[in-house]
Design a protein. Structure first.
Lengths: 57, 276
């Protein structure tokens, strides 16, 4: 619960950033950014990097 | 007379059922054509349908190569292993096997290939070095293995140094920096926009909390304090996560460069030109 709360604030911060977002995230086919929460669980095994501009199925 | 008529009828009906287009020779020619057209699945099927007398080392090599290209590694390995060591195709078949073992992460088979039959070419050594770099075991590369004496030696030593000392960002440092100055950890991990945003949001809500406490608006003051604390902790947490993602990106880029290098070098296999 605590982790989920601070993950929310971190997510909110990143979503508030208006600059260079396209250089950070891969995208869905519908042009929305793809940034799964698994990347932010602090579990290295679950961090699977996908480079920006990659179109995710 | 009746016998003659029956014989003629029998011969005609038997001959009519024999399709000369499906003779072994024609099938081999067709398979050669398919191979040059890069229709590898059908190539392998046509070659495999040939009778034993038509199966040469070249055919075995082409079957293995076809299965290797379409990703059916077990069939490719079977085919390459059938090529005898007296064959001209033997050396290339070993390199093709090394490529398959590299791609399918078969560490022991790759190492056995290098040590078996006293067969250790520079090409196989390079594939083994690349494999140790791929699975992040640079310490397993012995100095003896590095004696390549060609331009690839420098490239592999460069890859080795990068694998041994990758330019990772410390998760602890990122967390501490963000604890001291909100957003600093993200700037350290080169997420500049996120770092500045974290600094602005934490600063803004902290100021609002301070200002409301100052003017005795306690409810709003506690509300903004809670939000400021959330953004502050979220920024520390996010900086650690950002360092992890940065390090994953370093690994990803390294493996991509290694993979591109091997692909450009065709896994050190000198392709045999079958389609002139």
């Amino acid at each position: 619960m605590f982790q989920g709360t601070i993950m929310f604030f971190d997510r909110f911060t990143r979503d508030s950033n208006p600059v260079n977002r396209e250089q950070h995230y891969p995208i869905y086919k519908n042009y929305r950014y793809y940034d799964p929460p698994a990347l932010y669980t602090l579990n290295r095994e679950r961090v699977h990097y996908i480079p920006p501009y990659t179109v995710v199925e | 007379m009746l016998r003659i008529i029956f014989s003629i009828v029998f011969c005609v009906s038997t001959f009519a059922q024999t399709n000369p287009l499906k003779s072994d020779l024609n099938r081999k020619l067709f398979a050669d054509y398919l191979y040059c057209e890069q229709d590898y699945l059908r190539t392998a099927e046509e070659y495999e349908s040939l009778s034993q007398t038509f199966v040469s080392d070249t055919v075995l090599y082409k079957i293995g190569k076809s299965y290797s290209i379409i990703g059916d590694y077990s069939k490719a390995i079977n085919s390459f292993n059938l090529i005898p060591d007296s064959s001209e195709m033997f050396f290339n078949s070993r390199l093709e096997l090394a490529k398959i073992f590299y791609l399918s992460n078969e560490k022991n088979l790759l190492r056995n290939l290098l040590t078996s039959d006293n067969f250790s070419s520079p090409q196989l050594k390079k594939i083994l070095i690349a494999f140790y770099l791929k699975i992040n075991q640079p310490d397993s590369i012995s100095n003896d293995l590095f004696q390549l004496s060609d331009e690839d030696e420098f490239t592999f030593k460069n890859f080795f140094e990068r694998r041994k000392n990758p330019p990772y960002k410390s998760e602890v440092v990122a967390g501490i920096l963000s604890t001291v100055v909100p957003g600093a950890g993200k700037i350290y991990t080169e997420d500049y926009g996120d770092g500045i945003t974290a600094f602005i949001l934490t600063g803004l809500f902290s100021y609002l909390a301070y200002d409301n406490f100052k003017h005795a608006h306690n409810f709003r003051a506690y509300l903004f304090s809670g939000l400021a604390a959330g953004f502050y902790l979220g920024n520390i947490y996010g900086s650690v996560a950002s360092a992890q993602i940065f390090n994953a990106k370093i690994d990803f880029n390294f493996l991509k460069e290694l993979s591109d290098y091997l692909s450009n070098k065709n896994y050190f296999i000198n392709e045999i030109e079958f389609c002139k």
